[in-house]
Design a protein around this ligand. Structure first.
Ligand code: GUN
Length: 292
């Protein structure tokens, strides 16, 4: 390839949004803030509850504990047996709600089938709901009041802002309408003055709608479903999915190889959105401690 061709290729290359680097920046900022709070006599404490031994949950919970350790947040680990009853879990949550030394409470989902996750989420005090899953948190977000933000969508907004990508006035298309990602993502993009469309399994002309997007957020849960045929040239593409193929290789909801040459910026999997979720959880814990 000639030098001129090389320059041309570089001009055409998408910005790879480095979630690992940006999440590290955020964690380092939080580490400083936590040290200042500690010096002033405030210790931040997160209670992490896992019921059963789901292997993926064990990995996620382990990563959350590690992040706490890095930042200087105290973590209380509740590792409860698979047979734990809903009543037992509700009692622990009640005790933690009343414990002034605990700032944040997180129940790792999914919980075993004898436990109703809705009742569990509703039982966590909105003042300690660092996942941002409770009706009070979600309601506050939708009417512009103060409350904890769902970590993955909040992390995506932070990725865009720290990558100097404007949201205001942009056509934003969110594919997926889950309570944890799709719906709060739409609300947050709207709060940033984006023009927002939410697509889902019943959406007609999905490709055409996605092709309108300046910012396309894929949270569908299907490996590599969003290929170049869904993407407008120059769009920003955010991939929330994480899947492991038969060879153990990770991929997202976006077909990276096909989309990257077309778009202006894209998040990789791994190392894009994933690390931001934990960084924003840590941010919520620090906010919980500061608002006490
Ligand atoms: N399970 C998968 N993701 C999450 C999360 O962000 N929070 C909780 N509590 N459980 C999860």
């Amino acid at each position: 390839m000639s030098n001129q061709q090389k320059v041309k290729k570089e001009e055409n290359m998408a910005q790879i949004i480095d979630g690992k680097m940006i999440s590290k920046q955020i964690k380092d900022e939080l580490k400083e803030k936590v040290a200042e709070l500690k010096a002033a006599g405030t210790e931040i404490c997160l209670a992490v509850i896992q019921v059963g031994n789901d292997p993926a949950s064990t990995v996620y919970v382990g990563n959350k504990k590690k992040a706490c350790e890095y930042i200087g947040i105290k973590s209380l680990a509740y590792e409860l047996p698979e047979e734990t009853t809903e009543e037992e879990l509700l009692q622990i949550i009640d005790k933690l709600n009343k414990d002034d030394s605990v700032n944040g409470i997180l129940v790792q989902l999914p919980v075993p089938k004898q436990i109703n996750d809705e009742r569990i989420i509703n039982a966590i005090s909105p003042l300690k709901d660092v996942d941002g899953f409770s009706p009070a948190s979600v309601g506050a977000l939708s009417i512009g009041q103060k409350g904890f933000l769902s970590c993955t969508p909040a992390g995506i907004i932070e990725l865009l802002k720290r990558s100097n990508i404007d949201i205001e006035g942009k056509e934003c298309v969110v594919v997926g309408r889950s309570n944890i990602v799709g719906k709060p993502m739409a609300m947050l993009l709207l709060r940033e003055n984006g023009t927002v469309t939410v697509c889902h399994s019943r959406t007609k002309n999905l490709k055409e709608v996605c092709k309108r997007a300046d910012i396309l957020v894929a949270a569908v849960g299907k490996p590599k479903m969003i290929d170049a045929s869904y993407v407008k040239e120059g769009a920003v593409v955010i991939d929330v999915g994480i899947h492991r193929n038969e060879n153990g290789k990770l991929c997202g909801d976006v077909d990276f190889e096909s989309v990257e040459p077309l778009c202006s910026a894209i998040t990789p999997v791994p190392g894009g959105v994933g690390p931001m979720t934990i960084a924003m959880l840590m941010n919520n814990c620090v906010e919980a401690g500061m608002n006490k």
